[in-house]
Design a protein around this ligand. Sequence first.
Ligand SMILES: [Zn+2]
Length: 462
Amino acid sequence: MAKAKNNNQQTLEMEKIVSLCKRRSFLFPASEIYGGLANSYSYGPYGVELKNNIKQLWWKKFVSQRSDVVGIDGPILLHPKMWEASGHTTGFNDALVDCKKCKKRFRADHLIEEATGEDLEGEMEKMDAAIRENEIKCPECGSFDWSEVKKFNLMFQTEMNGIDEPVYLRPETAGAIFIEFKNILNSMRVKLPFGIAQIGKAFRNEIVAGNFIFRLREFEQMEIEYFIHPETKWEPIFQNWLKLQEEFVQEVGADKKDIRRNEHEPEKLSHYSHKTVDVEYKFPFGFKELYGLAHRGDFDLTQHSKYSRENLEYYDPETKEKVTPHVLEPSFGLDRTILVALLSAYTEEEIEGETRVVMKFPKKIAPVKIAIFPLLKNKPKLVKKAQEIFEELKYSYTCEYDEVGSIGKRYRRQDEIGTPYCLTVDFDTLEKDNTVTIRDRDTMEQTRVNIKELKDYFADKL
Ligand SMILES: [Zn+2]
């Protein structure tokens, strides 16, 4: 594996994002007052706005604005048998190895790949030998004293009253879609090709190696199962989904040059998959998987049909034939999308010898759209007018009222959360012409706009 050239600079870039996220209420390390819980984060007030805006953007693009996709919101706990059908109970494992000296646990394939460049994912039988032959040392303490490589199931287990077997927190959202396939067929009059979409949490008990919210044990996915007739020419549909995935990440701010495709080699594919392509993004720690697109054939419906003994075929009223559809699965990581949005937005600019940090989010995902200030907080007339404007605009846009500190400081605060417009009520507003100053986040230009025209002005800009 190619080692990063300027490691320090890249670590710095991540550190800056992590620190800004905490300082400006995007993301906090979770359970912090109890000493933290490895790699879990809470979305703070601006983080949750950003997250909701991105979810909404996705839902609009892939569900509301399409006539061939419907949405569901399934539960996190599902019938345990379904994870047998999907192969997760037996096959959803990581190969782990423990350092006997420092007791730290690693993913064996990652350890080997970092040391030798060889990717042995899924080939557990070769891993012990690879570690031995290459004398790979513990990255934590430097010793060479390993346990055997062991299989470790990635699903979180829990118990449910009245159920004898363990119940799992879903490791992906797709499952719920397949088990509601029949209900959708019966109630929605859908015709092939059609998709079922879902946004929701998923859980994987993984070894997590930092990188902020890139890999989390509790994360959110945005997934679609797109069902097609088994005899359809699927390549153009597959290509189109890939294009839409790449389009989406650019809509949250990513630069086209930071996105690439990585097609899985045929020998690495699951036995049922016709083709899998990852959309990768150039994170500060290298190109990594952002989204995935897989052609899963009829594996899922066939398996669930077998295990549930329900007929999950699709009946075509025109040709009178019954078929088990094939499925294309575009899968989007929400937390990774948010990380891309944060990294893409982060900008430092030199302004009159000072550094301005500004989050240049695309306006539609910015957590706050308009910040409203009275020039001075101890002038009741200015305050009253600013609050009136806030009361008026808050129904159309996410607004924030702020009267604390100098105008310069308030601008800096809003720049750091990426607010596209700051609006200031000053003495001219009251005494002269009923206009306010509107300052643009990106150009820093200021314009005077009459209060009566504010709604039209923002309708045009936002
Ligand atoms: Zn060690």
